[in-house]
Structures are given as C-alpha cells and as structure tokens.
Design a protein around this ligand. Structure first.
Ligand code: B12
Length: 437
C-alpha cells in the first residue's frame, strides 16, 4: 500500500512562528475527506498544522498539502522541504487553484478544483513515475458518491466540540469577493441527504453531537435544506452553519431550524450599506431586513455570528461606527470582520486590477487584518486601524455587557451565556491585535 501524508498548512506570525491554539474548536473537512479519497489504495496520515507540527521525516510515498489565503508562502516552503527529502508533493484546494502559477514551481502536481475522481489517476501516475503537473475536471463532478470522511483520523482530544460535515459545495450567488462561488463555477452541488445523514450518524456513533456545516451556503436550495432539517430533527445534534440574511423571512423555516438543533448561524451581512451590497453582487438582500432577521432567530434561541467585509467602495471612516452600532442595537452575539482580500479569479480582483488599485504586498499579507488594495473611501492605514478599533470596541467589556448580559432575560438567556466566554477571549485577542488563527 502507498503511504500518503496529508497536511493542512497554518499561517505564520510576523517572526515566522506558527501559533497553535490549545484546542481547535472548528476545523474543516478537507483533511478527513481527502483521506477518504486516498484510503482505498493508501495508508493515510493527516496533520493539521494548527494542531501539531509538520513531521518532515515521516516516511511516505506522497505528500499532499492544502492551505488557505496567507498560508501560501509557508506551504510552498514546506513543499520545497519535502521535495528536498525526495518526497513527491501534490497541492490542492481553493487557494492553490487560484494561484496555480505561483504554486506549480514548488510542487510535482497540482489538483485544480475537486479531487473527487482524480485521486485514482494521480496514484496510477505516481506508481508509474509519470505524475502530471496538473489534474483537473472539465466540469465539477457530482457528489453522489462522496465517501464518508475519515473522522476516525481526527483526535477528539485536540479538536472539537464541533466536527465538520459537508452537505453542499459551491454557491450560485457569486458575490464579487467570494473565492469559492467562482471556484465551483457559480454552481451548487448537493450530496444526497442519505450521505449527509450517514456522516452525521458516524459522528454520533463516536459520541459527537455538535456539527459545523462547512458549506458556503447550505440554505440556498430551500427544499433540500428543509429535507435535511427534517432528517436532523430525530438525531439529537446541535448544529451551526453559514446562512444568508433572508433565512428568517419564512418563519416556518426558522421554526424548523430551531427544532432540528440549530444553535447559531453565521450570517454574511458583509455591510450595513445597501450600495455596498449591490456592488458586491448581493443586491437581492436588503440591509433593512437585517434587524428583523436577527430578531426572529433570537426569539427561537438561535444565536447570530455576523460576518462583515471591510473596505468595500462605499465604506468610509464612519462605517466602523455604523457597523458597531448595528451590532449593539441588535444585540448580536458574535461578529467576525475581514478586510476584503481580492483573490485571483474573482470579479473583485479583476476590477481592482483594471483600476490599478492592487498593491503588491505578497501573500503573507493576505490576512483578515491587511489592506492589499487601495480602498476608495479611506486610506489603507485607516482601513487597517478601523478594523482593529472595531474589533476592540465590539469585544470590549461594555459592549459584551450590553449585548449579552444586561439584556431583558428570555427563556434562551442562559443558553447564550457561553458566548460571553468566547467574546471575552476575542476581546483579549483584539487588545493584543492578534487574529484568532
Ligand atoms: C472550515 C473552513 C475554515 C476553518 C477550518 C480550517 C482548517 N484548518 O481546517 C477555519 C475557521 C479555521 C478557517 C480559517 C481560515 N480560512 Co477557511 N474555510 C473553511 C471552509 C468554510 C470550508 C473548508 C472545507 O472543509 N471545505 C470542504 C472540502 C471538502 O473542500 P475543499 O477544502 O475545497 O477540498 C476539496 C478540493 O479543494 C480539493 N483539495 C483541497 N485541498 C487539497 C489538497 C490536495 C493535496 C488535493 C489532492 C486536493 C485538495 O479536494 C477536496 C475534495 O474535492 C472554506 C470554504 C469552503 N467552502 O471550502 C473556507 C476557506 C477555504 N477559507 C478561507 C480563508 C480566507 C480562511 C482564512 C485565511 C480566514 C482568515 N481568518 O483570514 C483562515 C486561514 C486559516 C489558516 N490558518 O490557514 C477562504 C480561502 C480563500 C482563498 N483564496 O484563499 C475560503 C475558501 C472561504 C471563502 N469563501 O473565501 N477556514
């Protein structure tokens, strides 16, 4: 049997160090899923660098690496190091695909797009010594045969309580800045509900009851989403997922979410300025409907994590305060802010390139706290400073008290209290100007 080592590369700090949290609360399904694709012919070891160091001397026939955003330079150094030890290296994933020309000089092969259906030919070629530079599908493959991820390879002592499950891949909305909706051709593919339930049941049999759906937009096809929720109802799990701001328009759907164990949703609000939404290709949503959406979820005990991108063209130095007050007034439990990153292959990247607004700052700057383009309504410094100030103010003690503690108690009050601990931790990070990962 071939031996394969699969590595998820972490991001480096300014001094080249890798910050390793004591526990990975959330993780992706990439490694366990890839492990399942390789397993029929290989003995697989997976290493998430956020949880353990890279074992450079591990004896294996192939090293597979996956990475996101600012981890690219480190991933390339890791690839070089394995190749220097005589190990062939294959890379894959959204970032590797978007930046293929930067990755190819450092690897033996690159899988662009989904690996489903490409692992067999890759292994055949590896055994024959004829690895190709690029493996890719003409059209994204269906997910009918998606295997059960190798959850057994993940150490629950280091990871969790949330375990990742994938139901769908891709999103058809096509926000101008989103890497994955363009990566998957603005098309959503769905796993059969039976396969999703199989994955969840495999986790339940390991005593895991908390599920993170890693899907870009699991709510897109409402019929499918409802069917999935019906199947979850009897399974006694707690789940969280990405959702869009229109999710609570239909109150019966919100009821079903609560009844199926929905604990929280991450909503891509992106902005509180309607012109920005239009600019980002999300004009079908209305910022004016955000408060009602939050209220409907809140009264059902579903917490909201608001996700925002900063630096859209209608953002000004006043935007940070507007977002903060929206979050305070609506008592939103958590929020993640991200300065826009123009990823190659997205309309945002194309437009900024045409307008001469891209800054040549290197990949290690492609993090949530860096402006790698010239914003329209403020300077890059103002954007970066505004990012930290917003983070610090939102997670300040006063804000936590107003949003989570000194609120009129309802029957879900106690369920929200664990969010206080998460808020305090984020506040501690913000005061040190440190990103979560
Ligand atoms: C879960 C998740 C996380 C988790 C867990 C990460 C982890 N360590 O596992 C957390 C929250 C930690 C995280 C963090 C970040 N993430 Co993230 N994350 C995701 C998310 C939602 C799901 C990943 C997943 O499980 N996908 C399902 C699997 C099955 O699909 P897949 O990974 O694409 O893999 C398939 C193929 O791509 C291919 N493939 C992938 N890798 C490889 C490797 C080899 C060798 C081969 C052969 C094939 C292959 O085969 C797989 C099967 O077909 C994706 C969005 C998405 N839908 O993918 C964003 C996403 C990958 N993240 C992204 C980003 C930007 C980040 C952050 C940089 C955000 C930040 N804070 O700044 C950080 C960086 C973390 C780090 N230090 O590296 C972006 C990447 C965009 C880009 N161009 O770089 C994405 C695409 C989100 C988006 N829409 O923009 N993330």
């Amino acid at each position: 049997m071939l031996k394969v080592l699969l590595i998820q590369v972490a991001r480096e700090g300014p001094g080249g160090e890798v910050w390793r949290p004591s526990r990975l609360w959330f993780h992706g399904v990439t490694l366990p899923y890839l492990a399942a694709l390789f397993s029929p012919r290989c003995e697989v070891r997976i290493v998430d660098e956020l949880a353990e160091p890279v074992p450079f001397d591990h004896a294996c026939d192939l090293v597979g690496i996956t990475f996101m955003g600012a981890s690219l330079p480190r991933a390339m150094r890791i690839a070089d190091a394995f190749r220097a030890r005589g190990r062939p290296v294959v890379a894959g994933g959204v970032t590797a695909t978007a930046y293929a020309q930067d990755v190819l000089p450092h690897v033996d092969s690159l899988v662009m797009g989904d690996a489903d259906g490409l692992v067999e030919p890759l292994l055949d070629d590896l055994e024959r010594g004829t690895l190709r530079q690029v493996y890719r599908h003409e059209t994204p493959p269906p997910l009918e045969d998606a295997p059960l991820p190798r959850y057994d390879l993940v150490d629950p002592g280091r990871v969790g309580p949330y375990f990742p499950v994938e139901a769908t891949r891709g999103c058809s909305i096509g926000c101008s800045f989103c890497a994955t909706s363009h990566f998957h051709g603005r098309l959503q593919r769905r796993k059969p509900i039976a396969s999703v339930v199989r994955d969840i049941d495999a986790l339940r049999s390991r005593g895991i009851r908390r599920i993170l759906f890693v899907d870009d937009n699991i709510t897109l096809d409402r019929r499918y989403f409802r069917e999935l929720l019906e199947a979850l109802k009897s399974r006694d799990v707690r789940w969280t997922a990405n959702a869009t701001a229109d999710i609570a328009r239909d109150e019966s759907l919100a009821d079903l979410m609560a009844a199926s164990g929905c604990e929280s949703v991450s909503i891509g609000f992106e902005t509180v300025t309607q012109q920005n939404l239009a600019l980002a290709g999300k004009a079908r949503f209305q910022t004016s409907e955000y408060p009602e959406a939050v209220r409907r979820l809140r009264e059902r005990g579903i917490m909201v994590l608001g996700m925002f991108v900063l630096g859209l063209d209608h953002d000004t130095p006043g935007t940070f305060g507007e977002i903060e007050s929206f979050l305070l007034v609506n008592k939103i439990e958590m929020a993640l802010f991200h300065i826009l990153t123009p990823v190659r292959g997205t309309p945002l990247h194309r437009d900024l390139l045409e307008e001469g607004r891209l800054l040549d700052r290197g990949f290690s700057e492609h993090g949530a706290d860096r402006a790698v383009f010239s914003p329209a309504g403020m300077s890059g410094i103002e954007l970066e400073e505004g990012f930290w100030e917003l983070q610090r103010r939102f997670y300040s003690f006063g804000s936590i008290l107003r949003r989570l503690v000194l609120v009129r108690p309802d029957r879900h009050y106690l369920r929200r209290l664990p969010a206080v601990a998460a808020n305090l931790y984020f506040g501690w990070l913000a005061r040190r100007r440190q990103l979560l990962i």
